[in-house]
Design a binder for this molecule. Structure first.
Ligand SMILES: NC(=O)c1ccc[n+]([C@@H]2O[C@H](COP(=O)([O-])OP(=O)(O)OC[C@H]3O[C@@H](n4cnc5c(N)ncnc54)[C@H](O)[C@@H]3O)[C@@H](O)[C@H]2O)c1
Length: 458
């Protein structure tokens, strides 16, 4: 069938009406250096930093990064207009990124990357002089929150407020050398914490810092310092961190965007692809058993029950929200969902994940699906960390986004999306992807793509 064009419809940024165009022009340009402060220079962080440098030198391509390789369709399918995302929106250029960070160990990024054994030695050696220049600042750390680690490169302070102020000073010093700053937590998973009274308002949180309240974890001290300084903050781990009213309030107050938590990389990435497919076809699910073997330092930390609990909670959420058992009790009411992470040193960062999914179809006949994902944890996480940094910097420069606090459109990257109170989180990867791209179209004054498409058949 011939596809008919509808005339006169304004569909893209370049053909958008005058009012829409001015929306895009209000986004501040990505001029100058973007400083990226990374908390925790372990496997993910060093894979991101070494990867960005490898891409800058033309040694490799940024596979896995939507900001670097993705395109965005503008207008009708017949317009054939799909620029690269980085050409459509004003994103920071990789050449303008400057990295710094903190860790509880003194290793520079070359040494930490070599220890993580993710990037091949020959590549690391090519990058060595650059990577050796990035040395961690002393960290805010307390073994109470990450029991399996014992670092010595740590700050000392009278109380948690003093430690937060020391991080603020680190940020202020770094700000003198760059034009804009974003912070990302790539540190270890902390023990499971639930919000308490201390987390409710900025005032109660600040009092809690002064009294060194046990409910305030190191990740929250960094996040508080970032938000206090108007610096956007992303969280790659499942820690509670900014998922509390006090820090959401501070994020809005100081125009420092935040998003959800825990990079959506391996098993949960697959879950949020498969579960929407079962639901779209009205196939029922009886059980979903997920297990992993993992041998890196993250695996070692997650071997400790209280850190595992934090991860488990983050991983469990997605199915419940996608399947909506309250809407589809016949299909999804009593799913047996089990998640295991086993520390198995021989595999290092090369995680292996198995899923056994018991599904049922027409007339209740049972079927099974097995997924065996032989992935590389940090290879999947590094481009996500990079994209989050670049998009949070964009959000900070976008008048419409910078003071709304939670950037729900970044849920695409995260196992635990963060939302406004009362909203259920959207976990379906394809809805998340559409939401992200439509947000980009929206802030650029381009028409949203709804995929309705009836006008092709007029
Ligand atoms: N790789 C993935 O696919 C993936 C996916 C989702 C989430 N994550 C999370 O990302 C985080 C990083 O993963 P990784 O594989 O790089 O782990 P890693 O153990 O290699 O690195 C974590 C680093 O953080 C440091 N650290 C711990 N507490 C700190 C603190 N308070 N201040 C500064 N540094 C601190 C550790 O010394 C270590 O170098 C983990 O929490 C992990 O659960 C990873």
């Amino acid at each position: 069938m011939a596809i008919k064009e509808k005339g006169g419809q304004k569909n893209s940024a370049s053909t958008a009406p005058a009012g829409a165009k001015s929306a895009a022009s209000k986004i501040a340009p990505a001029k100058g250096k973007l400083g990226v402060m990374v908390v925790g220079l372990g496997a993910v962080a060093t894979t991101m930093i070494a990867g960005v440098e490898a891409v800058r030198r033309g040694l490799a391509k940024p596979y896995g990064s939507l900001t670097q390789m993705g395109t965005i369709r503008l207008g009708k399918r017949t317009d054939n207009k799909s620029p690269l995302i980085k050409d459509f929106i004003p994103l920071a250029d990789l050449n303008d990124i400057v990295f710094t960070g903190w860790d509880i160990f003194e290793d520079n990024v070359y040494e930490a990357a070599a220890h993580a054994e993710v990037i091949r030695k020959e590549t690391l050696d090519q990058l060595r002089p650059y990577l050796e220049t990035i040395k961690p600042m002393p960290a805010v750390f307390d073994r109470y929150y990450v029991k399996r680690l014992n670092g010595t490169h740590v700050k000392k302070g009278m109380n948690k407020l003093d430690l937060a102020n020391q991080v603020v000073t680190d940020i202020q010093e770094f700000k003198k050398t760059v034009d804009r700053v974003v912070m990302i937590w790539c540190g270890s998973t902390e023990i499971f914490l639930e919000p308490t009274a201390v987390h409710q308002t900025i005032e109660s949180f600040e009092k809690g810092l002064e009294k060194s309240d046990l409910g305030i974890a190191p990740s929250q001290i960094y996040a508080y310092a970032a938000l206090k300084e108007g610096v956007p903050f992303a969280n790659g781990a499942p820690n509670l961190t900014v998922d509390i009213p006090a820090l959401v309030e501070l994020s809005k107050k100081n125009s420092a965007p935040i998003c959800g938590k825990d990079f959506k990389t391996g098993q949960t990435f697959m879950k949020t692809v498969l579960a929407p497919a079962f639901k779209a076809r009205m196939l029922g699910v009886k059980g979903w058993f997920s297990t992993n073997i993992l041998g890196n330092r993250d695996g070692e930390v997650l071997d400790e029950p209280q850190s595992f609990k934090t991860k488990e909670e983050s991983k469990l959420g997605s199915l419940e929200y996608i399947f909506q058992p309250e809407l589809y009790p016949d299909l999804y009411k009593d799913i047996y969902h089990k998640i295991r992470i086993n520390y198995y040193p021989p595999r290092g960062d090369e995680k292996e994940a198995w899923d056994n999914i018991d599904i049922f179809g027409w007339l209740g006949y049972p079927m099974q699906l097995k997924v065996n994902f032989l992935c590389r944890d940090s290879i999947l996480a590094a481009p996500i960390a990079l994209d989050l940094v670049l998009f949070l910097d964009l959000a900070k420069r976008t008048p419409e986004l910078k003071s709304i606090g939670i950037q729900e459109w970044l849920s695409f990257y995260l196992k635990s999306p963060q939302t406004a109170p009362g909203l259920y989180p959207e976990h379906d990867l394809f809805i998340q992807s559409m939401k992200l791209k439509n947000t980009l179209r929206h802030i650029m004054g381009a028409d949203l793509v709804t995929h309705l498409g009836l006008d092709y058949y007029d």
